[in-house]
Design a protein. Structure first.
Lengths: 354, 413
């Protein structure tokens, strides 16, 4: 039966060549191999997001009058509704965390260097999309904290010179955060972003499969230990995925994601309004920048700064020429360490001050 | 000798000032403010008070000629100067404006103009007519100069200040000696549920003296009117009592209705112990074991105790579920309904109909028991989730172990 089915497919598609390719494909077995798994973990968490997201869609209703109620119904009346929502929320956060680790591990190992520049660029686009997923999904339960965090977040977008007003109206569907904003964010979260994400993810994975895993830039080709991608690396990936799934279950049961109280646009913002943790470093930095710096509004300067820094970060494979020549750039290592420390410090300060 | 001279000089100086404001002469104010203490304080206070702000001047109450700088002319009886009005004249003097609807509506169409007619019916007003000038008239409570509107928290007639204002006379044993009425009302009131709400919590919705006794028509409520006074706020209790078996009996026995069980100035927060057959039961003041009232009291008390106990249990169960991080929002909402029923049960005892009380108790019990069951389910759900997680973790661990050995086996090969 199994053989007949395989034969049926083989007669129509080049199945054997794909299997043969993956068996021949080798993954370097070096000191930092552990970092190679975080791309897979991010992918796994994305799959969890898709599955739990579809399940949530069975009950979620958008609109300022229904969203909160539908999530509350899901959490209190639907069997395992609480579990699905908690896993979706925890998985989203772990996915961003895993993407952060994946990105920095690629950066520090210089895995972005030629010929993988576009793998890095597509990865960065996926990373930004993951953050956009988080930002748009945060508002969907239409609770108080999310409402005011979205108000603050979109306000920041509004100060971008030139396109700020346009972007603000585009995101909010009007001047204020209303039911129209919720409908928009819902559309972005379940249709637009998943569509773009899936295409870019496919390209990203295709690049990885075609080019294979990056090896350390100075590793001698002859003595490099490797392991077959299939089944060795895939089984190891699977083992880690199972552990991550268990961690998700523990988090969901012991720390179920709270719903809070329903958003009320007519009450004043409660104390302690803060964005999701992965936006905290930017939020806190903007708060630290003085009102005016050299005649430029502090907030605009901060946003421009983050914009330029982000662009340079995305383009790093194109101006890091030393790694290509076998010498790892110390300056870039220092820059990376400073960026990591900056993000960690600002996030901690943000949480302490709020 | 020097003082009259000084006054004359000051009056001349005021005359010079007056010449600059010929359209609105008020030589009373001009002279009094220049004469220093104590003559100036009343003039200044009046100019800033509710009357002064509306352009009402000294002359409007005291008469005289405010255009003349000559005090013999300005304060001459020929010019209509009345001097300080006697207490007996004050109600009519104030009433000359305040009882005139045509005049008062020029200031505020909603302003009441029945104060004088009510005052005439009051104990104070009737004694004043009989020549007793010790009783309260308008100025005794509102003041004379520096009168503030009733909604100004500084006013002596502002809700939270009323008890102290009344107590100035009614709490003075010596002053009240000839009237043969108690003087401890304020002390009792301060300790009462009403007094605590009004004076400690500053709840202006709580009754002050005037809310039960009336203000301008102040009179002690009699036996027949006491329940109407209480019923102004406690409508349900009043209605139930009026329709109850006790109404006729109390009337026959000439007993005040609410006051018999609850007291008057020292009304305390009612407790469940006030009903039933225990030591603190008010029912047992008249009833004894064996009579119908005893059985009714026991039955109503049992209803309250039963619902109260279910309410407490529901609260505890919700708390336990909440401590386990379960969502109890809906249960807390339902608990409010039980609380409402408990309050209604307590209110319904004023019907003295045990069946009526029991019906409401049963409605409350049904909701309360449902809450207890739901909270118990949530607590079970909490343990079910943990057991489920335990089983899931066990399966995953087994899979991980199997996978681990499989990987080792493959890598050895």
């Amino acid at each position: 039966m199994k053989r007949t089915l395989a034969q049926w497919f083989q007669e129509r598609y080049p199945v054997e060549s794909v299997v043969e390719y993956s068996q021949k494909k080798e993954v370097p077995l070096v000191h930092g191999t552990i970092w190679y798994y975080f791309g897979g973990v991010t992918l796994f968490l994305f799959i969890v997001q898709v599955i739990t997201g579809i399940l949530l869609l069975f009950y979620y209703r958008t609109g300022a009058e229904q969203a909160y109620e539908s999530v509350k119904f899901l959490m209190t009346q639907v069997h395992f509704g609480w579990l699905i929502r908690s896993i979706h929320s925890w998985s989203a956060n772990l996915m961003v965390l895993s993407a952060f680790i994946h990105m920095f591990s690629v950066f520090f190992t210089r895995a972005y260097r030629k010929p993988r520049e576009l793998t890095w660029v597509t990865g960065m686009v996926l990373f930004l999309l993951a953050m956009a997923f988080g930002f748009s999904g945060y508002l969907l339960p239409w609770n108080e904290l999310a409402y005011f965090a979205t108000k603050v977040g979109t306000d920041i977008v509004g100060v971008i010179p030139g396109i700020g007003d346009f972007m603000l109206t585009l995101l909010r569907g009007g001047e204020d955060v209303t039911g129209a904003t919720l409908s928009r964010f819902f559309g972005f979260h379940i249709a637009l972003f998943p569509g773009i994400f899936t295409v870019i993810l496919a390209i990203h994975l295709l690049f990885v499969q075609v080019q294979g895993m990056s090896k350390p830039e100075n590793a001698p080709e002859a003595n490099l230990k490797t392991m077959p991608f299939f089944p060795n690396f895939v089984l190891r990936d699977l083992l880690l995925w199972l552990i991550v799934l268990n961690i998700l279950a523990i988090l969901a049961v012991y720390f179920p994601w709270e719903l809070g109280s329903k958003a009320d646009p007519f009450v004043s913002a409660p104390a302690g309004i803060r964005p999701e943790w992965y936006f905290m470093f930017m939020f806190q930095t903007l708060k630290f920048i003085p009102g005016h710096v050299l005649g430029i509004e502090g907030e605009i300067l901060g946003i421009l700064g983050f914009g330029i820094a982000g662009l340079l970060w995305i383009l790093v494979p194109f101006f890091d020429r030393s790694t290509e020549r076998g010498r790892r750039s110390k300056i870039l290592t220092y820059v990376g360490i400073i960026v990591v420390l900056f993000i960690i410090m600002m996030t901690i300060i943000g949480y302490i001050l709020s | 000798m020097k003082k009259p001279l000084l006054i004359i000089v000051l009056m001349m100086a005021a005359g010079a000032l007056m010449a600059q404001t010929p359209d609105n002469p008020n030589t009373c104010y001009d002279c009094h403010t220049m004469m220093g203490s104590p003559y100036d304080s009343i003039a200044v206070a009046q100019s800033k008070d509710v009357h002064g702000k509306q352009g009402i001047q000294c002359v409007d109450c005291h008469g005289g000629d405010p255009t003349s700088m000559e005090y013999e002319v300005a304060m001459s009886p020929d010019a209509g100067f009345k001097g300080v009005p006697s207490p007996a004249d004050i109600p009519e003097l104030c009433g000359s404006c305040h009882a005139d609807p045509d005049f008062m509506k020029t200031y505020d169409p909603a302003f009441p103009t029945d104060q004088l007619s009510k005052y005439r019916t009051s104990q104070h007003g009737q004694l004043l007519v009989q020549g007793d000038e010790k009783v309260a008239e308008c100025a005794s409570c509102h003041g004379a100069h520096g009168i503030l509107p009733v909604d100004d928290p500084r006013a002596p007639v502002y809700a939270t200040n009323v008890p102290a204002t009344c107590n100035q006379c009614h709490g003075d044993k010596e002053y009240m000696a000839e009237y043969d009425i108690p003087t401890d009302q304020f002390e009792l009131f301060k300790k009462s549920v009403h007094g605590k709400a009004l004076l400690q919590d500053k709840d202006t919705g709580a009754p002050a003296c005037n809310d039960c006794h009336g203000n301008h028509g102040a009179t002690p409520p009699g036996v027949t009117s006491i329940s109407r006074v209480c019923g102004t706020c406690h409508v349900n209790n009043f209605t139930l009592f009026q329709e109850s078996v006790h109404k006729e009996i109390f009337d026959q026995m000439d007993l005040p209705e609410c006051e018999t069980c609850h007291g008057n100035h020292d009304v305390e927060h009612p407790t469940d112990a006030m009903i039933g057959t225990g030591d603190q039961s008010k029912c047992m003041m008249c009833h004894a074991e064996g009579d119908t009232g005893y059985k009714v009291a026991a039955s109503m008390s049992a209803s309250i105790d039963s619902l109260s106990s279910v309410y407490d249990s529901a609260q505890v169960m919700i708390h336990r579920a909440e401590q386990k991080d379960m969502n109890v929002e809906d249960l807390q909402f339902s608990l409010r309904e039980v609380r409402q029923k408990l309050i209604l049960t307590r209110t319904t005892i004023h019907s003295f109909d045990p069946e009526k009380v029991e019906n409401i108790e049963q409605e409350g019990l049904s909701v309360g028991q449902k809450i207890i069951r739901s909270a118990r389910d949530l607590i079970h759900e909490y343990y079910y989730r943990r057991r489920g997680l335990g089983a899931f973790t066990l399966i995953i661990t087994l899979l991980v172990v199997v996978l681990f050995f499989k990987i080792r086996q493959i890598e050895k090969e």
